[in-house]
Design a protein around this ligand. Structure first.
Ligand code: RIB
Ligand code: CA
Length: 314
């Protein structure tokens, strides 16, 4: 099967880095056209630097990294440094990577690339707030034509929220952007907390990764060990959720996941439900389905895949 033409939009972010390394270790299935960065877990300058660091660690410096939106469409910026640390990369040394950013903004890159792509040929993996893609769609709605599908880490229904009782961070950070993307009619799949909170680290799974004994796996273990503490404490979890890498795992092994087509709406009204994903799992609203909502994940299958792919890196 031909590799998936893929653009990864990301706000690295500990779990974003795991997702990037998994993707970069899978060149036979994923043709990464570019990494576009957005403010989210940390400010844009740190997110862009961290994406360049991940690219260096993955040995894939031919992949261009673009800087995108420094702030959400409308709301004031919100960050997650309490989870990802001040530099957005806990547990490892953070330094200025060898290779710089590509020229031009991520939004311009998305407009130019999607606007000139073969019809429905490019997949987007959205690992942070969807601001870049929303801006591109607002400026050039016709780029929908170049998009095959958009796979989003975001939302929560059965699980409850992780930034408010009902909202997941990526949607809370820019619900207006999520609404623009949903309103564009692109084919959408969501990997919400319902699924990612099933994909939890454990001592055995970290040992599985540590045993690979290469730089990439050592960095992933160090990052995960530092990053999972906050979530384990806050949500009384037996391990930490590797949210964003689930998007890449879904692209590589969709059979590890289960979901259904449902109607989804995002609440962008000020108030206690700001950023909530209203996932109509039982069809109560009798609206046409607009997303594939993933609600189950095979956690050990995920870690076996991650382990096999990290083993390929240096
Ligand atoms: O809610 C989890 C999401 O928010 C992940 O993408 C994590 O990296 C943060 O961006
Ligand atoms: Ca992220």
């Amino acid at each position: 099967m031909a590799p998936i033409d893929l653009i990864i939009d990301t706000d690295p972010g500990a779990d974003d880095v795991v997702a990037l390394l998994l993707a970069m270790a899978s060149p036979n299935e994923l043709n990464i056209r570019a990494i576009t960065t957005v403010a989210g877990n940390v400010s844009l300058d740190k997110a862009a630097r961290n994406a360049r660091l991940a690219r260096e660690w993955g040995g894939r410096e031919e992949i261009p990294v673009y800087a995108g939106a420094p702030a959400p469409l409308q709301r004031s910026p919100v960050y997650a440094q309490d989870i990802h640390g001040d530099e957005g990369l806990p547990g490892v040394e953070v330094y200025e990577p060898r290779k710089g950013l590509a020229e031009g903004s991520a939004v311009r890159y998305l407009i130019d690339t999607l606007g000139s792509a073969e019809p429905h040929s490019i997949t987007l993996a959205m690992l942070g707030p969807q601001t870049n893609l929303a801006l591109a769609l607002l400026q050039a709605p016709e780029i929908v034509r170049g998009i095959k599908e958009v796979v989003v880490m975001g939302g929560a229904h059965f699980n409850g929220g992780n930034i408010t009782p009902v909202a997941e961070f990526n949607l809370f950070a820019d619900p207006h952007a999520a609404e623009v993307v949903m309103g564009s009619g692109v084919r959408l799949t969501y990997l919400p907390l319902d699924a990612t909170h099933q994909v939890l680290t454990s001592e055995a799974r970290l040992a599985q990764l540590r045993a690979l004994n290469n730089s990439a796996s050592q960095r992933v273990v160090a990052i995960l060990e530092a990053y999972i503490k906050a979530d384990m404490t806050r949500y009384d979890l037996p391990g930490g959720p590797v949210h964003d890498a689930c998007v890449i795992a879904w692209l590589l092994r969709p059979q590890l996941f289960e979901g259904r087509r449902i109607y989804l709406q995002v609440d962008s009204r000020e108030g206690p439900t700001f950023g909530q994903s209203i996932a109509d799992w039982h069809g109560a609203l009798q609206q046409p389905a607009n997303v594939t909502w993933i609600a189950r994940a095979d956690a050990q299958g995920f870690f076996d895949l991650l382990s096999a792919r990290l083993a390929r890196l240096m």
